[in-house]
Design a protein around this ligand. Structure first.
Ligand code: NAD
Length: 288
């Protein structure tokens, strides 16, 4: 039997419809549109594409989105002054610093200049600390989207999205994806195994898990024999194959024959990230 293919495009579109209603409600309550400021340093072509897509979808939900463009050679103090100014601007609810930054800039120091209440990417250590404590406010967008995808799949399969007691393996321990996913799954009462580049037996760490989340950046690392029958498999990886196609960290064609549900690449995790950015901006606006 072939797995349920989890449709991130459809789910994110449905979520964005609900978010549009919330945005309208917040608009009437605070007397202006909820607002997001995107800070873009330099002209990284991939970042330009992401920012255009975030801006379009957030505006479609009723958010006011503006860019702050800074030159490639902006100094660290000037970048931080800009972020601090946005942090105290009453008309700005959410601040997104588009990463990666040019090499001469210190990412952590820049992120620390964003007020935690406006940190819609959830990367400020204050917000990461709250997540670690199980008291999250603003959580990184891709991990939030991953939890939504897992719950959506389990609702579709079992009419129940309670993850309590399930075993989950997360592969990858970045602050952006792997670690926050592991924290969120722990918060959902899963028993979580967190794997990384030094894990000695990846297959053994995955094979008994009800949920597998792969966030590595290695094409087709996860094979059918790593996966328990009827597991839910979330593929975060974005890799380019030799013929230029986007492929994930999971061997999709093999694994879909064994898993209960699986996300495709593209069309799985990717679209959810922007929906969660809009959600976080509305949380920030609602808390102003
Ligand atoms: P990263 O490079 O910061 O982290 C990769 C992690 O993989 C590390 O923790 C490392 O220990 C682990 N790893 C490396 N080799 C391994 C191996 N052989 N076995 C097990 N673990 C191994 O990357 P990231 O920012 O966490 O992103 C991971 C992937 O997800 C990338 O392909 C990235 O493009 C993709 N991504 C997608 C989205 C999206 O919206 N779809 C968002 C963020 C990241």
């Amino acid at each position: 039997m072939s797995a349920l293919i989890i449709n991130g495009k459809e789910l994110s579109a449905n979520i964005e419809l609900e978010l549009s209603e919330q945005a309208a409600e917040i608009h009437s309550r605070i007397g202006r549109m909820p607002s997001l400021r995107v800070v873009l340093v330099g002209n990284n072509p991939a970042s330009e594409v992401y920012v255009a897509s975030k801006t379009k979808r957030a505006r479609a939900c009723g958010l006011a989105v503006e860019d702050l463009r800074l030159p490639e050679d902006v100094t660290q103090p000037d970048l931080e002054i800009s972020l601090k100014a946005l942090s105290i601007d009453k008309h700005v609810d959410g601040i997104l610093l588009q990463l990666p930054l040019p090499k001469h800039l210190d990412e952590l120091s820049a992120i620390l200049s964003i007020a935690p209440a406006k940190d819609v990417d959830g990367l400020n250590p204050y917000n990461q600390g709250l997540l670690f404590r199980g008291q999250a406010r603003l959580v990184p967008c891709t991990p939030l989207g991953i939890i939504e995808l897992i719950k959506d799949a389990r609702r579709e399969l079992y009419r129940d999205d309670n993850l309590s007691g399930l075993s989950a393996t997360v592969i990858g321990r970045s602050s952006l994806v792997g670690k926050p996913v592991a924290m969120l799954l722990t918060q959902e009462n899963c028993t979580v195994t967190l794997c990384h580049s030094k894990t000695e037996n990846l297959k053994a760490a995955c094979v008994h898990s009800d949920i597998v989340v792969a966030a590595v950046g290695m094409p087709k690392l996860i094979k059918k024999d790593f996966i328990k029958t009827n597991a839910v498999v979330i593929d975060v990886g974005i890799n380019r194959s030799a013929d230029g196609k986007l492929i994930g960290d999971v061997d999709f064609d093999e694994v879909k024959e064994k898993a209960a549900a699986i996300t495709p690449v593209p069309g799985g995790v990717g679209p959810m990230t922007i929906a969660m950015l809009i959600k976080n901006t509305l949380i920030a606006a609602g808390n102003q």
